[in-house]
Design a protein around this ligand. Structure first.
Ligand code: UD1
Length: 462
């Protein structure tokens, strides 16, 4: 049973923005349901711009990022019908090749529209997505790829202007070698080259499951993509793409977060649906630190934590340990037996959770992008703030395991990437609830998502 939150928390509630109250230390039990992948959904929505016909995408999570992306597509002239977890997108009448700064700033993934806009309309104007709170995140690989395909691209006053020259009516296939296997750049080039003249190869391509999901949908639209999921992708351009129906893959990052939730609360849980091969690196680290993991059918994993010991991780592109689960895994390591070392190698500034975990009694020494952790017996509930999407998830996990009560602010980050998180966690026995300021108590998914202030304050990490 959850105890009443302290009077201090009640007093704080009057002045706090929307926040989560967590009464930690409860053991969890049951099934944690995994939603469709946010990162796949965002790029698939952009890919729907590549055809005049209707694209129906199923298993789309209800998240603020998805609402913002819908708003961006509408702004370009697309018609979108939303029905629970499915989106019907018709881009027959897209007329606008320019994205407004405010929307691009609030969602970095909106930059994905550049490839489809170029391929469909021959031009695109998109403000630079800029840096964000996990690092600089340049777009040079996207731009170089588009230039290699024959686009003229210039960046002036923070506006990226891309066009196909008057003499070339279409982009032209090219051999592109990425300096780094960037997920976003691979997706941009993949989408743009589907309607290009001739053959494109992307070498050193990203191999993430979201790339495979994108290629699968593009192929069902009539594109000719092979090799997605390997580091060499080949695309033979076609003249036009058609409509399709596509179901988004399960969110491997949400699934990983739930497996870690089981481990940190020392609870046995069933997690799914998921695709186990998308989580191989995470599963093997969880096993190495003391979790028993077994398959239940093809799409569920049962996790039973035993004594958790410290293990080291280094993040890297797929199939390596995902940077998006570095922060949640660090929360787990704070209560592991012994020491561990966590090295962030994908993004330059992704350690914002460290300071919050330390407030909860974690013993962490941070040296640049490497955290040295000495496990403590128990974390202590505290008032903590999420600074980006994945560090917010890490903080929630830490609070679930901590002794006593915690208050978590910064929910605008969490709501970008975790669908109905408190509801899912409550269903398995967590004591977690969302509290609203008087003024914002009529909060709902859609009103929150399109609220101007919310869009302005969202940070566009991951
Ligand atoms: C995507 C995911 C994000 C995940 C990341 C890495 C989406 C919406 N987001 O982000 O959740 O954490 O992959 O798995 O799918 N880089 C360059 N030049 C470029 C592009 C990237 O130097 O043109 C660098 C970045 O600064 C970063 C690294 O490459 O250090 C990885 O970035 P990238 O793979 O592009 O990540 P995103 O696509 O932004």
């Amino acid at each position: 049973m959850c105890s009443n939150m302290s009077s201090v928390a009640t007093m704080k509630r009057k002045v706090l923005p929307p926040h989560l109250e967590v009464n930690g230390g409860h053991s969890l039990n049951g099934i944690l349901k995994v939603s469709g992948a946010k990162n796949s959904s965002l790029v698939l929505m952009a890919a729907a711009l590549l055809t005049k016909e209707t694209v129906l995408i199923n298993n789309v999570p209800q998240l603020t990022d998805i609402e913002v992306m819908s708003e961006i597509l509408r702004n370009l002239g697309a018609k979108i019908t939303k029905n629970s977890n499915s989106l019907e997108i018709n881009s027959n009448c897209i007329h606008n090749a320019e994205l407004p700064y405010q929307l691009v700033h609030s969602l970095r993934a909106s930059f994905f529209c550049i490839g489809p806009l170029l391929a469909r309309l021959g031009a695109a104007k998109i403000p630079l997505p800029g840096g964000c709170n996990i690092g600089a995140r340049p777009i040079d690989e996207h731009i170089n790829g588009l230039k290699a395909l024959g686009a003229e691209v210039e960046i002036h006053n923070d506006l990226v202007k891309a066009q196909i020259s008057a003499k070339n009516k279409r982009l032209r296939g090219a051999n592109i070698n990425l300096k780094y296997p960037s997920v976003g750049a691979t997706e941009t080039i993949l989408m743009a080259s589907c309607l290009a003249l001739g053959k494109t190869t992307i070498s050193n391509a990203a191999r993430e499951p979201e790339i495979q999901d994108l290629a699968k949908m593009l192929n069902s639209m009539g594109a000719k993509v092979s090799g997605a999921g390997t580091s060499r992708i080949t695309i033979t351009g076609v003249e036009a793409l058609k409509g399709t129906f596509h179901s988004v893959i399960p969110d491997r990052i949400e699934a990983g977060t739930f497996l870690i939730a089981a481990a940190i609360t020392r609870s046995s849980l069933l997690v799914g649906p998921l695709i186990p091969s998308h989580l191989s690196a995470v599963i093997s680290k969880l096993q190495e630190c003391g979790c028993l993991i077994s398959h239940h059918g093809n799409h569920y994993l049962k996790i039973i934590p035993t004594e958790i010991s410290g293990v080291d991780i280094t993040t890297s592109p797929f199939p390596g340990f995902p940077t998006d689960l570095q922060a949640p895994f660090m929360s787990l390591m704070t209560t592991a037996k012994g020491s561990s070392k966590i090295k962030e190698k994908v993004f330059e500034k992704r350690m914002q959770h460290v300071i919050e975990l330390k407030k909860m009694g974690a013993c962490i020494y941070l040296e640049k992008n490497t955290a040295y952790i000495k496990g403590v017996k128990k974390l202590i509930g505290s008032t903590v703030e999420g600074g980006d999407l994945r560090s917010s998830a890490a903080i929630v996990l830490a609070c679930l395991s901590a002794k006593g009560e915690s208050i978590i602010t910064g929910l605008e980050h969490l709501d970008r990437g975790y669908e109905r998180l408190e509801e899912k966690l409550t269903n398995v026995g967590s004591c977690i609830s969302r509290k609203y300021d008087q003024l914002t108590s009529h909060h709902s998914f859609s009103s929150k998502a399109i609220n101007k202030d919310n869009i302005n304050t969202q940070k566009n990490a991951a």
